[in-house]
Design a protein around this ligand. Sequence first.
Ligand SMILES: Cc1cc2nc3c(=O)[nH]c(=O)nc-3n(C[C@H](O)[C@H](O)[C@H](O)COP(=O)(O)OP(=O)(O)OC[C@H]3O[C@@H](n4cnc5c(N)ncnc54)[C@H](O)[C@@H]3O)c2cc1C
Length: 486
Amino acid sequence: MISAGTAPSFQRQSLHLMTTEFLKHLRDALGDDIVETEADGIAPWLTDWRGVYKGNAQAVVRPRSTEQVAACLRLCNQHGVPVVPRGGNTGLCGGATPDASPANVILSLDRMNHIRAIDTVANTMVVDAGCILGTLRRAANEADRLLPLSLAAEDSSQIGGNIATNAGGVNVLRYGMARELVLGIEAVLPSGEIYKGLQTLRKDNTGYDLKQLFIGSEGTLGIITGVALRLQAPSRVRSVVLAAVDSPQQALQLLRLVFGACGPRLQAFEFFTDQCLDLVLSQVEGLHAPFSERHPGYVLIELADTANEEALQAMLEDVIGQALEQEVCVDAALSATLSQLQSLWRLREEISEAQKADGPHLKHDISLPIERIPDFMVSAETRLRGLASDARLFIFGHFGDGNLHYNVSRPLGADRGWAGEWEERISALVFDEVAQYGGSISAEHGIGQLKRHAFHQHKDPLQIRLMQDIKQLFDPKGIMNPGKLL
Ligand SMILES: Cc1cc2nc3c(=O)[nH]c(=O)nc-3n(C[C@H](O)[C@H](O)[C@H](O)COP(=O)(O)OP(=O)(O)OC[C@H]3O[C@@H](n4cnc5c(N)ncnc54)[C@H](O)[C@@H]3O)c2cc1C
């Protein structure tokens, strides 16, 4: 675990005085029930989902309203107190974990969890930023609409965190990233001013689209407190097939074929290797091997539509028949019932949980030009084997978006400290390969603490300078989520 250091004693004394005065102001402004300062109460908020990062904080603030968020930020800004925004804490880059400073305030949105409005004519939803994504998806479903943002962590992550990380997930192929679903944003700036952009208009060409700056900003510009989202027609009927492939090249050809045949009904095209299947079957109870034989890779394909289940199933059967005939897949398991559909999905969605259970590993959430994925995989693995021949490689992800989770785990029998020892060399190798193939070092998880070094190494210096200028404009005192992203 990457831990916080200790402050020298003279610093601790002056910090103590500042802290006492600041906390008194904070309590006066917000009330005792909003401000947690007991060590036992703060402790659970100091680590990330994977248990890789650990930091410090003097308080956890859990406001109930945008005005309370504004009061908190105003005070933090006046006193120069760093603020770490916290959503569902499912981020995989340490973005919501405070750094070593004992002055940090963690601001959690978990009590701001109301759906403000659902409009089934305009097809919009306006919500508090602390709403859990899965809750919003179910609410949209009850209104006979679809909120298409979907990821394995949806029952823990919050929509504010999803927007702050510009989350992706399994339906990007059809509906785009979180950014494409956002119509409006309400946010509190470090000054305590409220950015009132919570509109549901489809069209508004009045200058710069400032809400875009908050999307993917990882809590470095302000706190997102409300979001207006675009809804889609419901996916009332779904069909899923798991296709076995001999190579990533075959998966590419399969993507070309399925997209051509099914077009907008293609909702997901997810890939995982046989190593991932092995891991999931060994770590997660209740799952079964989908084929009598094992294959190098698998592609999970989902089609969805508003009506006509039989036609959808026939379309999928037809395209898979063509795929087998044209030898762009070697076997296929079609779901005939909802429970079969869910079981096939679990083989893909439980991979992250299985990796967590397996122990510390090196995560690389990368994207590549899709047609270059097969060559990248060969080239990166050849170099990896040259460096750490026994490392275990788990590759899975949103293949249809060119997004791979390229995760490297310790060799069998190696101790749990292996990942820490090898991180610098292995990640440098992976990111170097990604750069050579024209990809990105972060497809959807963001930068956080994990990829700051690589971000500065690989991002164009002009783009970094412009980001720093924007940060300076929004947050001149640098209180928002220090040590993350920039
Ligand atoms: C099992 C598993 C599967 C996952 N699958 C995917 C996937 O398919 N696609 C994907 O994109 N991600 C995935 N993730 C990563 C994670 O779920 C997303 O990054 C998610 O969007 C984070 O939301 P959160 O509410 O948990 O945010 P947190 O982890 O709490 O925070 C993430 C960042 O956003 C900031 N933040 C949080 N809330 C706010 C706010 N209201 N205002 C301003 N800043 C804020 C934090 O400071 C931090 O920098 C997965 C994670 C897990 C554990």
